[in-house]
Write a protein that binds this ligand. Structure first.
Ligand code: ASP
Ligand code: MG
Length: 410
């Protein structure tokens, strides 16, 4: 018998039939003797519908009232799911975030969880009930309703699992796990049985949008074993967990993440003296623009060039900032390029393996793909390439690292 926190996302509770199916699944666990806490999202589309209603009334609705409004989506699903469970002979009780005392700070729409009172839930579980909690929400010290940011139900589930010291936090969604890369791009992409929190963060921040990043960080911090699985078909899903030191055959590369959301800026002909990178990137930072990959080169004439990537939406703004700095520094040119893609090999096994970068670059070279920028961390090698070759590059790397084959750690 174990204590499991399960979270079902918007698609999984998107219709009455699907809510009934979730109830069936939850009832199965309950009848087997597990203690189950269920966290649900709003029915799919509902949060957007509510936001739309507000925008018909006010251009800048009060954040407090927005939270009162959007938190109702989840309140509907907890009640419906509890009824569906009761119909199946399961004792079930629903609670809003505020009711179970998910205490947050008062930053509406992006509140952070500060504390959870686990006693009430534990008492219900001991009395044999399934506890159904509204995701995405809490209350501040004054009792104002707050929400945790889009996709925040994942964070609710992980936070509850941490507070209750659950054996596992299961995130049921419309995919059956985390893949080596996007299966829509590479048909041979394979579901991973396991991935570490660190790898998952690298994969997620690069666009594998299975889980809210914050939830993964939270789970890593509190060591909550997290499993992503399908609510529509049975299967083991992907377990996201701590790095296992004794595992003999760690895959060197676990996955390939990529994104097309970035753009590249280059400033040329800048003096090669201390303080220049700081002046350029300082100005960009003050404009509140986040910078990702950075490369600096010094030319033979002793001038330097600096290239960096920003989110594509901020390209025009960043270019404006750069042009102003260029004038001050006497730089020769500023170039902006939106046609790039970033792709990264991710794997904790890289820590103990040499030659991963060489294999990566060779695979790209074989397909005549030019690498524009390179950056590395302990468990990741990132390259920036022309967006037109992204798909080719991902396929090439997927086969160069044998990612289609069976997981050796299985
Ligand atoms: N319903 C909220 C949203 O759509 C929270 C969630 O689904 O996790 O963002
Ligand atoms: Mg979601």
């Amino acid at each position: 018998m174990s204590l499991i926190v399960q979270k079902y996302g918007g698609t999984s509770v998107g219709t009455i039939d699907r809510i009934e199916a979730v109830a069936e699944k939850v009832a199965g666990f309950h009848h087997r003797g597990d203690d189950v806490v269920v966290v649900v999202s709003a029915m799919s589309g509902e949060t957007n519908r509510l936001i739309g209603l507000a925008s018909e009334i006010h251009d800048e609705p009060s954040p407090r009232e927005m939270d009162v409004l959007v938190s109702t989506g989840e309140q509907v699903t907890i009640a419906l799911l509890s009824m569906a469970l009761q119909k199946r002979g399961c004792d079930a009780r629903s609670y809003t975030g505020g009711q179970v005392r998910i205490l947050t700070d008062n930053s509406h729409a992006k509140a952070r969880i500060q504390d959870i009172d686990a006693h009430r839930i534990q008492a219900d579980l001991s009395a044999g009930s399934v506890v159904v909690v509204a995701g995405f929400q809490g209350a501040d010290e004054q009792g104002n309703i707050t929400t945790l940011g889009r996709g925040g139900s994942d964070t609710t589930a992980v936070a509850l699992a941490a507070a209750l010291k659950a054996d596992e936090c299961q995130i049921y969604t419309d995919v059956d796990g985390v893949y080596t890369t996007d299966p829509r791009m590479v048909s041979g992409a394979r579901r991973l049985d396991q991935i570490t929190f660190e790898e998952m963060l690298e994969m997620a921040s690069q666009g594998s949008k299975v889980l809210q990043i914050r939830a993964v960080e939270f789970a890593g911090k509190y060591k909550v074993p997290l499993r992503v699985l399908s609510s529509f078909e049975d299967g083991p899903g992907t377990l996201i967990t701590l790095e296992d030191d004794d595992e003999m055959e760690k895959p060197v590369v676990s996955g390939i993440a990529f994104n097309r959301d970035e753009a590249k800026l280059t400033i040329r002909g800048i003096p090669d003296v201390p303080g220049i990178a700081s002046r350029i990137l300082g100005a960009v930072g003050r404009a509140n623009i986040e910078v990702d990959v950075i490369v600096q080169n010094v030319a033979q004439d002793n001038t330097a060039s600096l290239t960096f990537t920003v989110h594509r939406n901020e390209l025009a703004k960043a270019k404006g900032v750069l042009e102003a700095v260029a004038k001050d520094l006497g730089a020769t040119t500023v170039e902006a390029d939106a046609g790039i893609a970033k792709l990264a090999l991710v794997g904790v096994g890289m820590r103990s393996h040499a030659g991963v970068a060489a294999t990566m670059f060779e695979a790209l070279a074989n397909d005549n793909i030019n690498i524009q920028m390179i950056s590395t961390s302990e468990i990741k090698i990132t390259v920036v390439i022309d967006e037109r070759y992204l798909e080719l590059a991902v396929r090439a790397l997927h086969s160069a690292f044998d990612l289609e084959q069976c997981d050796k750690s299985e």
